[in-house]
Ligand binder design. Sequence first.
Ligand code: ZN
Length: 234
Amino acid sequence: MGRRFGGTALGVALALTFAPSAAWAEDYEPIDCSEVKCVALTFDDGPGRYTKRYLKILRRHDAVATFFVIGSQVSGHKSLVKKMAAEGHEIASHTWNHPALTSLSGAQIDKQLERTARRIEKVTGVRPALVRPPYGSMNGRVLKAIGRSGASAILWDVDTRDWEHRSASRVFNHVKRDTRRGSIILMHDLHRASADALDRIITHLERRGFTLVTVSDILGGQPKDGKAYHSGLR
Ligand SMILES: [Zn+2]
């Protein structure tokens, strides 16, 4: 179990009618992570070369994830991003072009966030509610700007360090060792190693009784604007 929809018929209907958000669908049933053992997979820095492969693996497992996309890369991958949304994944902001936000002024941060939010909304019909600051680099100014943009800041508690070692077995071992109930797992959908590890990771998590959910779901459906979260543990 992992998807919020009962059958594929609804999934197909959603894709055809272009429903902008799963949350607006009539049959939407939020997952209660106080009852279910939830975990959230997150993918940064896409959409890119391997994103399609990620979607395929997630589809095969009937699982959802959250994609923190780079705003400037969305237009070049419009159909892919629409597909992500139609398949129930959450699409969130990883800024316009990946600067360390702490090095920018408040107005520059606003611009990074607003441009990205508008682009995502234009393609999916939904304004993103979550921002992941590049490099996890954050201070009070960054957090305030994220709050002004109507979003919350999402960090992680499980770091696969896939960008560093580029090894599928190490990515898997990080997840196996560190994942707890409520974990937010950081991966990057532009590395082949993570794509190679993904199927094994999901199989492992499912065997351990985890349900894969979006970040908004793991935060109880209503993350607070301008607040930073490392996991869904409350
Ligand atoms: Zn990044």
